[in-house]
Design a binder for this molecule. Sequence first.
Ligand SMILES: [Fe+2]
Length: 486
Amino acid sequence: MPDGKRKNEKRSLVSFLQRVFDRIPVGLYRTTPEGKIIHANLSIARMLGYESVEELRKRNLEVEGYEPSYPRQDFKERIEREGSIHGLDAIWRRTDGSFIEVREYAEVVRDETGKVIFYDGAVEDVTDFRNAERAILERERDYSAMLGMFRLLSDNMQDMLWAKDTDKKFIFTNKAICRRLLNANDTSEPIGKTDMFFAERERSAHPEDPEWHTFGEICVDSDSIVLKTREPGQFDEFGNVQGQFMFLDVHKAPLFDENGILKGTVGSARIVTREKELESEQKRSKSELESAYRRLIATQENTLRVMAKLVETRDPYTSGHQERVARLAVAIAREMGLDKDTMEGLRIASLVHDIGKLRVPMEILSKPGHLAPMEMELIKEHSRAGAEIIGEIRFFHPVEEIIYQHHERIDGSGYPQRLKGDDILIEARILAVADVVEAMVANRPYRPALGIDLALEEIKACSGTMFDPEVVKACCGLFESGRFGF
Ligand SMILES: [Fe+2]
């Protein structure tokens, strides 16, 4: 090969190697034991924060080292003793004061007498790798701490916790389920086993008692339901565990992995045996109380009717009057849209509104024709007397007041208190109208019956003076629409 061509090829090779030398992402160097940098590539210059190799070469490593964690003297002693260094991890300081983590490979170059003349080395910047490694370690530590915390929380809970795979085998259990339901030795024993394993073990350990463990025998297979529906659910599960009845409030949910693949189920259960017993006792007590209340109401009703009859035996001309007044009063109240409670108070008061006549002498009550003023005063006393008699009974409604006010009139012309307008209870205003209408329609010893049309005409005429116009309107509406008849 001609010399010129050989020279060209050599130049080309040198240029190629120089480019590779500078651009390879590994720092390369040759230094002298005295700290002088003979060769360095651009990668190592940049690793240390220099713009060019020339700048780096101004640095004397003996005077100005870059390894705060690994003194140069140690490096020199080691490489000269061992001849080479493979994978020395170190921290280097850059020109801006920041640090990089490196892994260094180096070997000594000796002259023919064996004296060390150079250190040739290669340096990898492993800062990113180390940071990633530390981040992974950190995550593993966090994960491990979380697992530890989860285990501690689970085992300190009174509620039972577990997870199962799709074959219904446990993959996690806490202490509560092991101790209170499975009778397992520890939380690792159930892993890989189904709850049937433990049920059968309990039964075979107590063959003398078929009721020793019956838990779940007649309950739904809630694992299958959750696996099938892929929805969370609440289940009541019960039966005997270690010879004692146990009722569990169970909550289960499907367990999916991060790709949405169904991996099994998770569950929790709370023992609610005592609560269920109390609930059932409460239901029984409530039913007994309701039955006693119904009997009380029936007794009250009978008592009221006996009382009503008692008055009517002393005043035969008014037979059935109070019963009819009660029906009419309730119908008027309903027409006016009053509530059920008010209607009930009105009904009770109406049924016995004339009970006070028990204190009026028989001869006055049954006397035909007009009464003398004294006799009239005695009759008027029946409102007060009735309230006194009924006041002995503690009704839930203002029965006593209604009876006391049933002869009051809206214009203050009534008795015994001469109350006016809204000072009179609405129930008493209704009873007053019902009482008068019924009385006018019925026969009396001192006059014949007026008939309903005439009675309504009469009472309409008094509307706004003696009687509450609203009540009269409701009463007339009832008869006109044919919704009430005596
Ligand atoms: Fe009366």
